[in-house]
Design a protein around this ligand. Structure first.
Ligand code: PL3
Ligand code: FE2
Ligand code: FE2
Length: 228
């Protein structure tokens, strides 16, 4: 569906659309806020990359503001309480790993899983977004590729030392992601998005990243479908 067709069939001001948008908008605002906090913590764990990681953190703070503007534009108040619950399990995994100084796990959670999830969801949202949100999201998604790239490069360089830690983090985190997707499925559908398309994009992108980092095809198959 082209954007023109989408904007003709989707009523961005209907009650069901605005109801779903309250939660989805809350999720992306909270997601960007947590991404900001996660990159700040990573900058403390990786002092040699501090400047770069603080630059990425600043981009995330900008993304939060951008998505806040999308909600205001549709006169929707984001449901941030729902969003905090939505991210609670994933947040806990990141925080425990950060406290234990497990950098690889932190990078799997933020730079691989969350960024792949965000890129998949934002790409699916683009063709069905209102004009304002479409412009904003197109700019945001460009940045997210560079966040994914940071994680990919770091994990690739340390592959032999962190391989098992990446595998363990993957087993822990992917089932959480599938649960999160299931929880937003109905709301994404109301916005015109297809859950299967988001999963496809996520798995494709995540698998490609694992391959770049150094995993073999059988390893990737086992990892990317964990808990699905
Ligand atoms: C990191 O830079 C961003 C983290 C945000 C994660 C968002 C996950 C998205 C879940 C489903 C919402 C898709 C709709 C997008 C609408 C703007
Ligand atoms: Fe972001
Ligand atoms: Fe990001």
């Amino acid at each position: 569906m082209t954007n023109l067709q989408a904007s003709q069939t989707i009523d961005f001001h209907s009650d069901p659309y605005r109801d779903a948008y309250q939660r989805i908008n809350g999720i992306v605002i909270e997601g960007e806020q947590q991404a900001y906090e996660n990159f700040v913590q990573l900058s403390e764990l990786l002092p040699e990359h501090q400047k770069e990681l603080l630059r990425l953190a600043k981009m995330e703070a900008g993304h939060r503001k951008s998505f806040e503007a999308c909600g205001r534009n549709l006169d929707v108040i984001p449901d941030l309480e729902f969003a905090r619950q939505f991210f609670a399990d994933l947040h806990q995994v990141f925080q425990a790993a950060a406290d234990a100084k497990q950098v690889a796990t932190c990078l799997v959670v933020q730079a691989l899983v969350i960024e792949c999830f965000a890129i998949a969801a934002y790409n699916e949202y683009l063709p069905v977004a209102d004009d304002f949100a479409q412009k904003v999201t197109a700019l945001v998604v460009k940045d997210e590729y560079s966040h994914l790239n940071f994680g990919e490069i770091w994990l690739k360089q340390s592959f032999e030392q962190v391989k098992d830690e990446i595998k363990r983090a993957n087993q822990q985190v992917l089932p959480i992601v599938w649960k999160m997707l299931k929880r937003v499925e109905a709301d994404m559908q109301t916005l015109g998005m297809v859950k299967m398309a988001v999963i496809d994009d996520f798995i494709g992108r995540y698998s490609e990243t694992l391959s770049q980092i150094g995993f073999s095809t059988p390893e990737i198959l086992r990892m990317s479908l964990a808990g699905l």
